[in-house]
Design a protein around this ligand. Structure first.
Ligand code: SF4
Ligand code: SF4
Length: 234
């Protein structure tokens, strides 16, 4: 038998297909309408460059800059309270294979050209200390602002399915990206331990769990029992 080369599919060679496989709205209603009313700028928090700066993979940027005028390189001087120190901190936190961009804003959004970071916000793939990608956790820094974080039961099954599938593809290809999320999950465990709270998880099996940040013991819960924050309480 002739030996054949086994090549692992690189999902970043076809960004269009990666985006098309991760296009489901996060929930049935427009969550931007729920949060924008609490932002003085009137924009959804994740679409306001003064609240969240999108990081994109270098391969995404190669694709986006040829297909749309929606994006440009982030300058770090877009907002009145921007500082040199703040910009340097954000840049130091940006992985080598990513760069920071700014878009034209929600009035000019082109849904087909949203970055992976737009599509996954406010979630990140949660990787356990023993290297298992078990589901979606949220970015704790947006607890007070993002409506979805206070309404995790509204996240659709289809969105969760696509999130898991696209990250399975990416992790099968890139150990580097997998390890960056393993490190981010470790930071989540530290942050939740400091707050003496468990980490809410949308498990890949479809259930909702609370993870103890020290032992990583998981307890299944009803979505309605999860904490709400800030203006979304009550
Ligand atoms: S994901 Fe969160 S921050 Fe972004 S539009 Fe929806 S509720 Fe607002
Ligand atoms: S591209 Fe669209 S979804 Fe992404 S940050 Fe800009 S306005 Fe929001």
């Amino acid at each position: 038998m002739t030996k054949k080369l086994f090549r692992l599919h690189n999902p970043f060679h076809n960004i269009r297909s990666l985006y098309d496989g991760f296009d489901s709205p996060i929930c049935a209603l427009d969550c931007g309408e729920k949060c924008a009313v609490h932002n003085p700028s009137g924009k959804p928090f994740c679409c306001d460059i003064c609240q969240a700066v999108p990081a994109v993979y270098q391969d995404e940027w190669k694709y986006l800059k040829t297909e749309t005028g929606l994006w440009r390189a982030w300058q770090g001087n877009e907002c009145s309270d921007d500082t040199q120190a703040g910009a340097e901190k954000l840049l130091s936190e940006t992985p080598d294979n990513m760069l920071l961009l700014a878009c034209l804003g929600p009035q000019h959004c082109e849904r087909p050209f949203r970055s992976l970071s737009c599509r996954q916000f406010p979630f990140f793939p949660y990787v356990t200390a023993d290297y298992r990608f078990v589901g979606m956790a949220y970015d704790w820094e947006f607890e007070q602002t993002c409506w979805v974080i206070s309404n995790l039961g509204n996240v659709t099954e289809e969105y969760r399915r696509q999130f898991i599938e696209v990250h399975d593809q990416v992790f099968a290809y890139s150990q580097e990206i997998f390890e960056s999320y393993q490190a981010h999950s470790e930071r989540a465990r530290e942050q939740f331990a400091m707050r003496r709270r468990r980490i809410p998880l949308l498990h890949r099996n479809g259930g909702y769990y609370l993870i103890s940040p020290g032992s990583e013991r998981m307890q299944k819960v009803e979505a309605e029992r999860l904490i709400k924050f800030g203006p979304y309480r009550g």
